[in-house]
Structure formats: C-alpha cells, structure tokens
Design a protein. Structure first.
Ligand code: CTP
Length: 410
C-alpha cells in the first residue's frame, strides 16, 4: 500500500466520464485515486451530466470539472491540449459505445474526444453497456482497432445489467479499475534504449500475376510482440509480410511480400539491432519461374518447380555477434526435440516453440501455448493471450540481456 502510494503521488490522472448508468462508480474511482495521492482531472461528456452532477466529481477531485469545449478559459492555455499534456495516464470509465466509436474513428467533437486524441499518455478504456451493444460486431471491431493501436482495455464483468438483462457489459468494481491504473503507471519501461526488430506475417511467393504460395500465418503473435515491446520503451522495427492487421503506432514498419524481400530488409537493418525476434512464417521455397501472364488451365498436369528461399534466421545466426536472436518453431510433431535442434542449428539464444495442431495455439488463434527454450533452460507457459505470451517472452529476453535468469538445463 505504502509503495503504491509513493508511486501514485504526483501522478496526473485524467478521468473521462461518459454517459452510462455506471457513471456513479467513477466517483469511487476518483476517491480511491485521490486517497493514493494522485492528482485527478475530470472531463465529463454532456450525457454523463445526466447521470451524475459535475459538482460530485469536483468535490472529490478538488479540481474544476470540464464539460464544455468553448467555455471562457480561466487560464491562457488551450484546455484540451493542456490536460492532454499534463496527463500521465488517461482513463475513460465508463466508456460508452459512442466514445469508443469516436476514438476508434478519429472523431473529435467534444472536450473528451479531443483531449484523448491530443494526448501522448497511455489511454485506458473501461467499456460498460448493454450486453447486446457490447457484442455488436461494429463495437467489437472498434475495440480491436483500438487494441491494435496500443489502447488498453479493462474488460467488463458479466452479470446483472441496469437494463434488466444478464450478460457482459458491467463496469468492473472501482477497486479493479484503480488496480489497472496503478499497474499501467508502475509498468517498467525496461526495454528503453533497446533496438528491437520483429518480423511477422506470412510471406507470399508469386506463381503468376494472380496466384501465390502462402501460409496460414495471421501475424497476430508478431504484432503483439511489437505492441508490447514499444509499450516497454523499445525502439521497434516491424518487418511485416501479409496480414490483415492494423499496424501498431509508434514503430517503424517495413512492408514486404516475399521471403527474398524480407531477407533483404532484415539483413540491411540487422547490424543496428540489439534484439531480433523472427515470428514470421517464411516460405522455404518459391517458384523458380514467375509466369508473366496468368497461367491458363489445360487437360495436363501442372508442375511448378520450386527453388529454395534464403533461411533468414540461419543467416542471422551466422552474423549475430552480441545481439540476441529469437526464433519461432511451429511444429506438428516432436515439438521440443525439433525446437532444440533449430535453436542450435540456427545459433539462436531462445526459441519459442508451439504445437500448431492444438486448437488454442498457433495460426489465427488469439491465444497461444508455447514453450520457450534457451540454451540452458525450458519454460512451459500455459494457454495465454498472445499479448501475455509477448510479455512473458519480452520478460525472458530482458533476463537474457541482463545475463540473469539462466537456470540449469533439463
Ligand atoms: N525462418 C526464416 N527463414 C526461412 C524459414 C524460416 O527466417 N526461410 C524462421 C522463421 O521466422 C522462424 C524459424 O525460422 O523463426 C522457424 O521456422 P519454421 O518454419 O518452423 O522452421 P524451418 O526453419 O523452416 O525448419 P523446418 O523446415 O525444418 O521445419
């Protein structure tokens, strides 16, 4: 408790309150944050005022509550900019479908949406609404978009909702919201100063102008690593083959199509990296000849001769020097033995192995179940979200960078 208090003292928390029945719970959030020593500024939307009086927030936060964008300024600064700059973290609780939709689509038409757009602080959204609104695909797409852009979400609870139905959409208890704020504010930027290169997605090898040889990689694992690494302070370069994902913000992105293009980009930039993580699914072979025109069918068999692509990871292993090199091993049999073999064959520091035949892991899934194998130890993780796998992996990488956490071989 003492430690948390120390960490929240002098922190500026910007709380956005939007128009949902759960707005009253935000009062307790303010009260708890104040007790922990934080400075709290509250912005309410017009709709939020219908549920709770600004005076209640003002009394608890000891600060004026802002609603109107065009009210006479008391100081000579532009309010939405000054609050956006002052904030160490921006929390929106409860966040209605409306504010989530606005932020996800760049609409800035009131004090809260303009401030959220103007801030560089991490933004934490706590959605609360009717369960059908919550599961509406448009709303879910907006959440995915924001998650992909590095916004943090506090998942709603399931249970009895004010509209009389049961389902997912309840604003979590104020204590849990405060826990999330504390966790964000105390998160260590433990990769500050590290140059991290990540490859992601599945390469595509053209056969003719309309066809290619591809694979099932969704890119989700590599993108999650990129997002988490940037949040931990790393300077991230993402070399990405085909995915349908939104590129995370705050990183350098290089788009490639084929394994050869990925090889060239990786080799050009590898020298300046401290850590390279190869999460991409790279085609080992490509058509020897790419037809200039669309191949027409006839009655005979079609034979496409394939030639080898460079093994990017193996090449990196040859020139690696001091940098940390992390590979992935997607296996359908003998997971550990095959992964260990790749670790030594490609001169890696760590390999992340997953069994692609499992339902909860591998291609396309939002979860993954992996084993991290270094030269000296093996860590088996349970089924986790790809974000959490990314964080555990980055935690292990930091141990390797610091030369700590080496356990005895198994
Ligand atoms: N990889 C690479 N270049 C290739 C093939 C794979 O850099 N041409 C990298 C992948 O990004 C991944 C790791 O190697 O980090 C393992 O990929 P995987 O397809 O599991 O293994 P392969 O090396 O292709 O080995 P095998 O064919 O024996 O399974």
């Amino acid at each position: 408790m003492h430690k948390i208090k120390e960490e929240l003292e002098n922190k500026n928390i910007l709380l956005g309150v939007t128009g949902g029945i759960a707005a009253y719970k935000a009062l307790e959030v303010v009260s708890r944050l104040k007790k922990l020593g934080a400075e709290v500024d509250v912005i309410m939307t017009e709709a939020a005022k219908e549920f709770v009086q600004p005076l209640s927030f003002r009394s608890l936060s000891h600060n004026p509550v802002i609603v109107d964008m065009f009210s006479e300024p008391k100081q000579w600064n532009v309010k939405h900019i000054s609050l956006a700059e002052k904030a160490d973290i921006c929390l929106v609780a409860p966040a209605t479908a409306n504010i989530v939709g606005k932020i996800a689509n760049g609409i800035a038409d009131d004090m809260l949406s303009t401030t959220v757009m103007a801030t560089n602080a991490p933004v934490l959204l706590a959605p609360a609404m009717n369960c059908n609104m919550y599961s509406n695909p448009i709303f879910q797409q907006n959440l995915d978009r924001l998650r992909g852009l590095g916004y943090y979400l506090i998942k709603p609870d399931a249970g009895y909702l004010a509209c009389g139905t049961e389902g997912k959409g309840r604003l979590p208890a104020p204590s849990r919201i405060v826990e999330n704020v504390v966790e964000q504010l105390t998160k260590e930027k433990d990769l500050t100063g590290q140059q991290v290169m990540i490859t992601a997605g599945g390469t595509q090898e053209p056969i003719d102008p309309v066809r290619f040889i591809g694979n099932h990689s969704s890119g989700k694992m590599g993108y999650a690593i990129a997002r988490e690494a940037v949040k931990r302070g790393a300077e991230v370069t993402l070399i990405t083959a085909s995915t349908s994902l939104q590129p995370p913000s705050g990183i350098e992105i290089i788009q490639v199509e084929t394994a050869q293009q990925m090889y060239e980009s990786v080799m050009k930039l590898q020298v300046e990296q401290d850590v390279i993580i190869k999460a991409a699914a790279v085609a080992d072979y490509r058509p020897q000849v790419v037809a200039e025109d669309k191949i027409k069918k006839d009655e005979s068999e079609l034979v496409i001769k394939l030639e080898r692509n460079p093994d990017i990871l193996a090449e990196l292993g040859r020139v690696k020097e001091e940098k940390l090199l992390i590979g992935f091993a997607a296996e359908s049999e003998d997971l550990i033995a095959n992964a260990k073999d790749k670790l030594s064959r490609k001169n890696l520091d760590l390999i992340v192995a997953n069994d692609i035949t499992a339902d909860d892991a591998g291609f396309g899934a939002d979860t993954n179940r992996v084993v991290m194998i270094s030269r000296t130890d093996k860590t088996e993780l349970p089924t986790l979200s790809k974000e959490e796998v990314a964080n555990r992996l980055l935690g292990r990488i930091i141990e390797l960078l610091e030369g700590t956490g080496e356990k005895n071989g198994d």
